[in-house]
Write a protein that binds this ligand. Structure first.
Ligand code: MG
Length: 382
C-alpha cells in the first residue's frame, strides 16, 4: 500500500515532525494516505468558516470590486508564500500550510473595523480577539464530525493559529497558552506563517490600494522598497507603461522580502542550531525573520499603508459603516436571544456573559454581505 511515508521529506532537525505530534484532543487512528497535518489542512479547507472567507473583507469591503483581495484569496497568498519558505528551510510544509489556511478563520465581517467593533461590544464580557476566535471555531463551533466537536486538529496546528493572546486569556488555555505566560516562541512553522501573513497583506494591500485609485504610483516612490524595485524594473523594461512597472515593482518587492526571509532565517538557524522543535519553543526570541535593512523597509511600507490607505477618509467611512452594522446586530441579538440560531442558543442559567459570547460567535461567523442583509431584514439603524 502506498502511504504518505513512502515519500519521506528530509526535514531539518528543528522542524515539527509528523510522528512527534502531541496529537488531538480526541484520539483518532492515523490515516493510511495522509499525514496528521495534511489531514488538518484538509479539514480546514472543508469547513464552513473557510468557505465564508470568500465573502469577508480583507481591506476593501468584499463585493465592492471583483479584483480586490478577500480574506480567502489573502489566505491562499499567505499559504503560497509560507510553503515556498518552508520548503527552502526544510520545515514541515503541511503544518505550515494548515496554519496559514486557518490563520484568519476567526475574523468577523468588515475586516479590522468589525474586529474593533465586536471587541468594544464585548468589553464587559472578556473582549473579542480574532485569533482566539479561530481557535474557538476549530475547537468547538464547527459541526462536521459525529465523533467530536470542532475539527479536532493537532496541537501544533492549534498552537500556530493562536498568534496573540493576553496573559489572562492564556491561563484559561492550559498548555496551549503557556508560551504567552512564559514569553516563549511557537514552532518555526507558526513563526513562518505569522511573517508570511505580514508580507502578504502589506504587499497586496499596496497592490489593491493602487487598483482602487486611493494610492497614486507617484506617492509610492516615498517607500524605499517600492522605489528600489521600480527603478530596477524600469531598467529591465525601459518601454513598459506605468501600470506594468508598478506590477513588476510589487512582484519584485515580494520576491526580495521573501528571499531575505529565507536567507536570514536560514542564517539564524545555522547559528542557533536548535536541537529540535522544542528547543525552538524554549527560546524567548523568534528565529524566523528579516534582515535589519529589509525589516526597516518592510516596516516603512507598513507605516505608509497605515497613514495613506487605512486612514484614508474613504476607507474610514467604510470602516465606520461596517462597525455600525456590527454594533447594531450585537445590540439586537442581545435584546432578542430567541432569534439566535438554535446551535448557538446560550444556556440561560449562565447569564449575560454566555449570551454575549453566543452573539459574538454568531456575528463573527457572518460574511460582510450576510451581516448587511441581516441588518436590512431586521430594519436596524446602522
Ligand atoms: Mg491574515
Amino acid at each position: 500500500m502506498t502511504t504518505a511515508a513512502a515519500w519521506p521529506v528530509r526535514l531539518a532537525a528543528w522542524a515539527v515532525r509528523d510522528e512527534r505530534t502531541r496529537g488531538r484532543v480526541h484520539a483518532e487512528p492515523g490515516h493510511p494516505y495522509r499525514s496528521p497535518f495534511q489531514r488538518d489542512r484538509d479539514r480546514i479547507i472543508h469547513c464552513r468558516a473557510f468557505r465564508r472567507l470568500m465573502h469577508k473583507t480583507q481591506v476593501f469591503v468584499a463585493g465592492e470590486g471583483d479584483h480586490f483581495r478577500t480574506r480567502l484569496t489573502h489566505t491562499m497568498e499567505v499559504a503560497q508564500i509560507a510553503r515556498t519558505a518552508a520548503a527552502c528551510l526544510r520545515l514541515n510544509q503541511d503544518l505550515t500550510e494548515a496554519i496559514c489556511l486557518g490563520h484568519d478563520l476567526g475574523h468577523p465581517p468588515f475586516g479590522h473595523a468589525g474586529q474593533t467593533a465586536l471587541n468594544r461590544c464585548m468589553t464587559d464580557h472578556g473582549g473579542f480577539e480574532h485569533n482566539l476566535q479561530a481557535l474557538r471555531i476549530v475547537d468547538a463551533l464547527e459541526h462536521r464530525y459525529a465523533g467530536f466537536p470542532g475539527l479536532n486538529l493537532c496541537w501544533e496546528t492549534r498552537e500556530g493559529l493562536l498568534k496573540r493572546c493576553s496573559r489572562r486569556q492564556a491561563r484559561a488555555l492550559g498548555d496551549l497558552g503557556e508560551r504567552f505566560i512564559r514569553r516563549r516562541q511557537p514552532s518555526l512553522e507558526a513563526q513562518l506563517a505569522n511573517v508570511a501573513d505580514e508580507i502578504a497583506y502589506n504587499h497586496h494591500d499596496l497592490d489593491d490600494g493602487l487598483r482602487s485609485g486611493l494610492l497614486e504610483p507617484g506617492e509610492l516612490m516615498e517607500v524605499r522598497l517600492f522605489r528600489e524595485s521600480r527603478d530596477e524594473a524600469a531598467g529591465r523594461f525601459p518601454a513598459a507603461d506605468g501600470g506594468s512597472l508598478a506590477s513588476e515593482a510589487i512582484r519584485g518587492m515580494i520576491d526580495r522580502v521573501v528571499s531575505d526571509l529565507i536567507e536570514t532565517t536560514g542564517a539564524n538557524l545555522k547559528e542557533a542550531m536548535p536541537e529540535d522543535a522544542d528547543a525552538v519553543r524554549s527560546r524567548s526570541m523568534p528565529l524566523v525573520g528579516l534582515s535589519d535593512p529589509v525589516d526597516k523597509r518592510h516596516r516603512e511600507l507598513a507605516r505608509f499603508l497605515t497613514e495613506r490607505l487605512y486612514h484614508h477618509p474613504r476607507m474610514q467611512q467604510e470602516y465606520a459603516r461596517g462597525g455600525a452594522v456590527v454594533d447594531a446586530l450585537f445590540n439586537h441579538y442581545m435584546n432578542h436571544p430567541d432569534q439566535l440560531p438554535g446551535r448557538l442558543s446560550p444556556d440561560r442559567e449562565r447569564g449575560a456573559g454566555a449570551l454575549a459570547r453566543a452573539v459574538a460567535d454568531y456575528i463573527a461567523g457572518m460574511t460582510d454581505r450576510y451581516a448587511g442583509r441581516r441588518c436590512r431584514a431586521l430594519a436596524l439603524d446602522s
